[in-house]
Design a protein around this ligand. Structure first.
Ligand SMILES: [Mg+2]
Ligand SMILES: [Zn+2]
Length: 177
């Protein structure tokens, strides 16, 4: 364990890393979103640790199993590795309040982000989250993050508590260079 606090880039999975498809768990349905590797590379080069924080209520609902999720995650991580990107950890919430009861990890709750702080010494205050739903943004705000981005390709969402609403992943980091 290091005492050095690190900044983190938190990524929602469905709708940020891969094209949103309902209750996706098959590798053949997993389609990376344009710009995700470049975005990760940028933040990795800046010293950010990258975490995936994903609600997977399909597990509670019985649409797919923990094993399915783990297999897809292993494949996804390999694809990131091929692009020289290291994902520090993938946190998922398998729960749904109506089925498995309340939990502390399902976004908008900040549980998964707090775990990253506890387990990897992440400085939440200087960390970033990117999500495609307002509950991702709220999880970030509930964890005390300073930068939050709502990725909305269709430009349908006009109101958000996010720092910025973007329709391309590149818009999050490219103008800063
Ligand atoms: Mg999503
Ligand atoms: Zn949970």
């Amino acid at each position: 364990m290091s005492n050095i606090q690190s900044r983190a880039l938190f990524l929602d999975r469905d709708g940020v890393i891969n094209v949103e498809k309902d209750y996706l768990y098959r590798i053949e349905d997993f389609e990376f979103i344009d710009g995700i590797f470049e975005l990760c590379k940028h933040y990795q080069d800046m010293g950010y640790k990258i975490f995936v924080v994903t609600n997977q209520s399909g597990i509670a609902r019985g649409y797919y199993s923990e094993k399915d999720f783990t297999a897809l995650t292993a494949w996804m991580l390999e694809e990131f590795t091929k692009h020289s990107i290291e994902i520090t950890q993938v946190y998922h919430c398998p729960h749904h309040p109506d089925i498995s009861g309340e939990c502390s990890c399902r976004k908008p709750k900040p549980g998964m982000l707090l775990r990253a702080k506890d387990e990897y010494g992440v400085d939440l205050n200087s960390s970033i989250i990117i999500g495609d739903k307002e509950r991702d943004i709220e999880a970030g705000l509930n964890a005390g993050l300073s930068e939050t981005y709502l990725f909305n390709e269709t430009q349908e969402i006009k109101n958000s508590k996010a720092t910025k609403i973007v329709s391309k992943l590149n818009d999050i980091w490219k103008e800063k260079c």
